[in-house]
Design a protein. Structure first.
Length: 342
């Protein structure tokens, strides 16, 4: 029987995924890992998630909760346990010291400095397997970090709301509110987990957004992303994006690669692109949109700006091809997640 077929392990990995999701946005530039320790009888003895930079990793947190129950037990982890010393010792050492008999992880660590944990565990007579609920982890809490580890640049999700005829605003420029309250609440949760929100200076001038993450009661969420405005001109002194609700970075460029390079240097892993059609078009033309997240509202405007401006497509053969990853509902809206086609 493979690890994927063993129900306790599958349920444990789902718990680990939930633990990692709960710390999304708090661990960058480290990965938001989740871990579960099962005792020798298969009972959950500890659950942990990566702490903010400098704090313990997920395995250590779960082992602390499990205590002696970890000996002879099993560790279920969303990412291969690390095998290097950074701000904290290797997680492999903690697992070996605790005496776990098995380790099952979802995806391998693509960072060559941290990889090799599985081999060291096997050398210590620990049973190891890879791939448990791997796709859920890759598309879930570790999506942005895995991309960043492989490419060296932040992962970019272009998020927008549009009507059924593809308009993001009416002919007079008004756009509040195209999407439903349920969709807007989802977006605030996304903002609370992102490292940065990026918009163009034109969006600031036209809409004066605050670009904060809000709780359901309208208050500020405990954690706020970095607000990034791109464009050469100055920002209005009274612009809401300049208030002290969150940190704001003004980059005087429209060049997407320069924007992402600056953000990568600041430890940003996960970017939410919320700019207007021109900025989205620039990122699309540069091939720097890693995921499209669309909230499609059941309405028609007939006129007004489209979601995407010039994107380097001159003929149908140049179409930026995507594949649907998930289609769901958000209140009355349809939520579509799509990624570049292979």
């Amino acid at each position: 029987m493979s690890p994927q077929d063993r129900l306790p392990l599958v349920e444990a990995m789902r718990t680990a995924i939930a633990a990692s999701t709960a710390v999304l946005g708090t661990t960058s530039p480290n990965p938001p890992v989740g871990a579960v320790i099962l005792d020798a009888d298969g009972v959950v003895a500890g659950v942990g998630a990566t702490q903010p930079p400098g704090g313990p990793h997920a395995e250590v947190m779960a082992l602390r909760e499990a205590g002696e129950k970890a000996r002879g037990g099993c560790a279920v982890v969303t990412l291969e346990p690390c095998n290097h010393t950074g701000r904290t010792p290797p997680c492999v050492d903690a697992l070996l010291t605790a005496g776990v008999a098995e380790v099952h992880y979802a995806v391998a660590d693509p960072n060559p400095r941290a990889a090799g944990g599985a081999d060291r565990l096997r050398a210590g007579d620990v049973e190891v397997s890879e791939g448990l609920l791997a796709e859920q982890v890759r598309r879930g809490p570790l999506r942005a970090w895995l991309h960043h580890a492989r490419t060296g640049r932040p992962h970019v999700t272009w998020k927008y709301a549009a009507t059924l005829d593809g308009r993001v605003a009416a002919a007079d420029g008004t756009s509040r509110w195209i999407s439903s309250p349920e969709s807007r609440a989802e977006v605030h949760r996304l903002r609370g987990r992102a490292d940065a929100i990026v918009v163009g200076r034109g969006t600031v001038l036209a809409d004066d957004p605050e670009l904060t993450a809000r709780t359901p009661d309208g208050g500020l969420a405990p954690r706020q992303p970095l607000r990034v405005v791109v464009g050469a001109g100055d920002l209005p002194v009274a612009a809401r994006v300049r208030n002290d609700a969150a940190q704001t970075l003004h980059l005087r460029t429209h060049e997407p690669r320069m924007v992402l390079a600056e953000l990568a240097a600041r430890g940003v892993v996960d970017v939410l692109l919320e700019g207007g059609p021109r900025l989205a078009g620039a990122f699309a033309a540069a091939g720097l949109i890693d995921r499209v997240l669309l909230y499609l509202a059941p309405g028609l405007l007939g006129a007004g700006p489209a979601a995407l401006a010039e994107a380097g497509v001159g003929t149908i053969a140049d179409t930026v091809r995507l594949q649907f990853e998930e289609v769901g509902r958000s209140g009355p809206d349809v939520r579509i997640s799509a990624v570049p086609a292979p």
